[in-house]
Design a binder for this molecule. Sequence first.
Ligand SMILES: Cc1cc2nc3c(=O)[nH]c(=O)nc-3n(C[C@H](O)[C@H](O)[C@H](O)COP(=O)(O)OP(=O)(O)OC[C@H]3O[C@@H](n4cnc5c(N)ncnc54)[C@H](O)[C@@H]3O)c2cc1C
Length: 494
Amino acid sequence: MYDAAVVGAGFGGLAAAADLTSKGYNVVVFEASNELGGSAGQFERNGYRFQSGATVGMGFEPGGVLDSLFGRLGIEKPSMKSLDIIMDVHLPDRTIHYYRDRNEWYKEMARVFEGPGTAFENFYDEVFKVGRLVDQLTDKLPVFPPRTWGDYAHLLPLVNESSLRLLPYMTQTVEDRLKKHGLDQHRMFRTFLNGELMDSVQTSVENCPAFLGFAALQTFHKGAFAVHGGLAEAAGKLAAYIREHDGDVLMRHPVHSIEKGDAGFTLHSKRNSTFEARQVILNNSVHNLHDTLTEELSSQSYIRPQKETAKKAWGAFIIHGGVDADVFLDTDVLYHQFIDPDHPDDLHNGGQFLLSLSDLEDTRMAPEGKRSFTLSTHTDISPWWKAGHYEDEKRWMKEKLLRTVDHYFEGFTDQLDLVLPGTPVTFQKWLRRRDGKVGGYAPTGKYSWLTSYSVRTGIPDLYQCGDTVFPGAGTLGVTLSGLMAAKQAAKGLK
Ligand SMILES: Cc1cc2nc3c(=O)[nH]c(=O)nc-3n(C[C@H](O)[C@H](O)[C@H](O)COP(=O)(O)OP(=O)(O)OC[C@H]3O[C@@H](n4cnc5c(N)ncnc54)[C@H](O)[C@@H]3O)c2cc1C
């Protein structure tokens, strides 16, 4: 009997499993696919290595969430490049260099956004102040939103003068704060913020709770990294740590169902194999929760299937490709965001998308003289499941994205070596994300955080982590939720 079983080797599951391992517990991780890292995993084709979804590494700066985890485990971080310019944002009439350094960023804002006095600086001062307060709270790994008296009891000591200063930002949207600074009608600044918020919180200023949006915006400035060999290298190191400490990470081992008996949980995997564990952590997303549990267990959860499917979640359209390195000789910047000149407010279906280039120094990602790249944009899920339109839609999206990059980097489409488009159907197939939903839930207003799912499933000794759980998407966010889940599971093992 294992102390704990973790279903899914995404960043959330691996962080949870590594943390429990470091506390001396015997852990097994089940991964359905052949790759570690899930949406931040990798695959190889024709001499290229591609990142399956996530490309920008966060939380690796000294004291950051992943840096601290690696430090605590005593393992080295993968080699990586720290980005001075997080990305170039290409707008119709200007390119914004999104600097990591706060002072550089303030200078850049003064250059690219015309506007009232110091309003941009004042807005960002608030972003940093609120972001710091949110970090102080999440560092304590609370169960949030609280569900039990114990969760409230744990939160109470965290309520102090500084955390109370967060309250106004939990009852307003980012747009409300823009109004206070006289910036809500500033089209360019709003477009820029929408681009960054879509990539981090999956929504735009009018729907984004201010404390979540500000925490995400400040995170970019703490450190952004291109991990050499891809983010999956970090996942590989966590898995190696678990294995070296007598834990098991079982690849190509989908968990088909989980039941509970008197002694603990039984997990059913391939070829009728069964495994026993005292505690379970699900990292296969809340979208799949009810598919994984027996009806009896499922009925004990507070997460209701109908309510869950009604929550807004995006899919992703992605192109993995290879291109001649010459095309990007004029830029040192690895990440480029494009906002459609004709529809700057359409933040999905190619209206806004990210190009991630492999670092020239990173020889594992591409053959000599070439670079691997990823283009990714949010997309509505349902059209991809309607028969008849799939191939046309895929072709249309592919051409739209490639054409836009070609507009900014001449010769791009002529120098392509390999183009592999992927849709929500692809994400369901390879990562088992139901209907191809990725990136967690999109906030829908100032109070939408109240309906977030915490690491509690409502089923004793069975927890969850990952991008569908507070604090949400991104490798940093899911690592935090993994640590939150591990903390609760460890309490049950004492
Ligand atoms: C296109 C795209 C771009 C992104 N860009 C960034 C970025 O630049 N930076 C960033 O930080 N984040 C980014 N993200 C978000 C980030 O990738 C995710 O939030 C994060 O990786 C999700 O981690 P997770 O722990 O929720 O698990 P997932 O990544 O969802 O992994 C879950 C794992 O569980 C496995 N699994 C599922 N069902 C079972 C089962 N029954 N049995 C066993 N295993 C199972 C799956 O195979 C998968 O490996 C991006 C996401 C996408 C889709």
